[in-house]
Design a binder for this molecule. Structure first.
Ligand code: NAD
Length: 439
């Protein structure tokens, strides 16, 4: 089949590469010339685990191509997948749909044969109706169906999730569109469950899922706070909770609060949708407010543990919003660093993949180290802010030899506590007790 992807970012690129690996012919369209030129030359503009190999294979097999031309991208496509960004409007806090509208407007006139237009961007309920109207107005003779096909991939696992989706949600009543989507995912048949629902339900499922996960993260952070006060250990508690199949064992890891390009914006868009529809979503509102406070709490814990030190220096390990990605959008690490900088703390940071993106946000206000050991040199405190696997096996002995004060605040609970204690570190985790000598 011929597949066009409109918007080649963290969702569009793994999706396009995935369909190309399934032997469909994929054309990715993006308005960003620099991105398209890099991609055409075999240079991935984002880091995503496992993406590079299948990208290079598909590119050299001629199964995927990149263009800035909507006309070229749409030509002959059976399915057009819209994956452009839908950021939050900074003033109204509602979802910004202008890129989706633009994409619909730009692609309409190039529809020459029946195509399914699948909206994969996360959009307010009712947006697919609007996309349909835009296309119909621009090209009244076009034959098409607009469907909702929300994306659930996890950054850092996007490739795995493409090939092993929990479910594929398809919002449409059109039998013709259902047949096309069935064929699109046929190569994944044994691994995928397609759930056909109404178009508005498809749009709502995405928000309801993300808000639920955000609430779950907020909940485990609250339980972690209580563990710290009562002497329980959050990891043991999470294990015990997660074994209940009604609850499930995922998203029970405490930390510095959720971030990234999805949860903050999707929860806030859902609350706006609630307001517009006179519907109370207090639980979601509370998760947003408390998640925002969580970053202050983390920064305050760091400042407390630096009490009395003149011009303190803190080493931060991890800048991405989570491990496995270079994405720093709404990263708790960045927000906490900004708070610490405001209090005169000197920051030296290291991230295995996200330094370039972090630099666009933090500029030269911090020092960027070449590795974890270099970051820790002469630091008064080492903070693990992102759960990169490699931070779980740091060379603590080497770090101990050069760090200013042997103190670690592990916001992701990845450090080997026994080893840290043996080496004489004072270690503080989330929802755990102080190790090796307290604050
Ligand atoms: P992104 O910012 O990484 O990529 C969007 C791309 O769209 C950019 O490259 C931009 O240049 C391009 N674009 C914008 N307007 C265009 C146009 N008219 N024509 C062609 N290209 C255009 O965004 P993302 O993180 O990939 O997110 C895309 C959508 O998917 C959003 O709605 C997001 O909420 C949703 N989503 C994201 C994730 C995630 O993990 N990032 C997961 C699920 C859903």
């Amino acid at each position: 089949m011929k597949v066009a992807i409109i918007g080649t970012g963290y969702v569009g690129l793994p999706t396009g590469v995935g369909f190309a690996a399934l032997r469909h012919h994929v054309t990715c369209v993006d308005s960003d010339r620099g991105k398209i030129s890099r991609l055409s030359n075999g240079d991935l503009p984002i880091f995503e685990n496992g993406l590079e190999d299948i990208f290079m294979e598909s590119l050299s097999a001629g199964k995927i191509e990149f263009t800035t031309s909507m006309e070229k991208g749409i030509a002959g496509a059976d399915v057009v997948i819209i994956t452009v960004g839908t950021p939050t409007d900074p003033t109204t806090h509602t979802i910004e749909l202008k890129y989706v509208r633009q994409a619909a407007d730009q692609l309409a006139k190039f529809l020459k044969k029946y195509a399914v237009i699948a909206v994969k961007s996360t959009v307010a309920v009712g947006t697919c109706d609007e996309v349909e109207q835009i296309i119909r107005q621009r090209n009244p003779h076009a034959e098409f169906d607009v469907i909702s096909m929300p994306e659930f991939l996890r950054e850092g696992f996007a490739v795995h999730d493409f090939f092993n989706p929990d479910r594929i949600v398809v919002g449409t009543d059109s039998m013709r569109a259902k047949n096309v989507i069935g064929k699109l995912y046929e190569p994944l048949e044994k691994k995928s469950r397609i759930l056909y629902v109404g178009r508005r339900s498809g749009e709502m499922i995405k928000y309801a899922s993300n808000a639920f996960l955000a609430i779950k993260i907020h909940y485990i952070n609250e339980v972690a706070n209580l563990c710290e006060k009562t002497g329980a250990d959050i990891e043991e508690v999470a294990l015990g909770i997660g074994m209940d199949s009604r609850i499930g064992d995922k998203f029970l890891k405490p930390g510095p609060g959720y971030g990234g390009s999805c949860f903050p914006k999707d929860t806030s868009a859902m609350v706006s949708m609630g307001r517009q529809n006179n519907t109370n979503l207090r639980l979601v509102e509370m998760a947003i407010a408390e998640n925002s406070k969580r970053k202050d709490e983390m920064a305050n814990r760091i400042l407390d543990s630096l009490g009395g030190i003149d011009s303190p220096k803190v080493a931060i390990l991890g800048l991405a919003f989570k491990g496995g990605t270079d994405d720093c959008r709404e990263s708790p690490a960045i927000e906490i660093i900004e708070k610490l900088l405001g209090k005169g703390v000197k920051i030296v940071a290291f991230d295995p993949k996200a330094m370039a993106n972090a630099k666009t946000l933090l500029g030269d206000n911090i020092t960027y180290a070449t590795d974890a050991c270099a970051a820790a040199k002469e630091a008064d405190l080492l903070v693990v802010a992102t759960e990169w696997d490699e931070f779980g096996s740091l060379d603590l002995e080497r770090i101990k030899a050069s760090i200013g004060r042997p103190k670690i605040f592990d916001m992701r609970n990845v450090i080997d506590a026994n080893l840290a204690r043996k080496l004489g570190f004072s270690l503080y985790g989330i929802g755990k007790q102080w190790h090796g000598g307290g604050k």
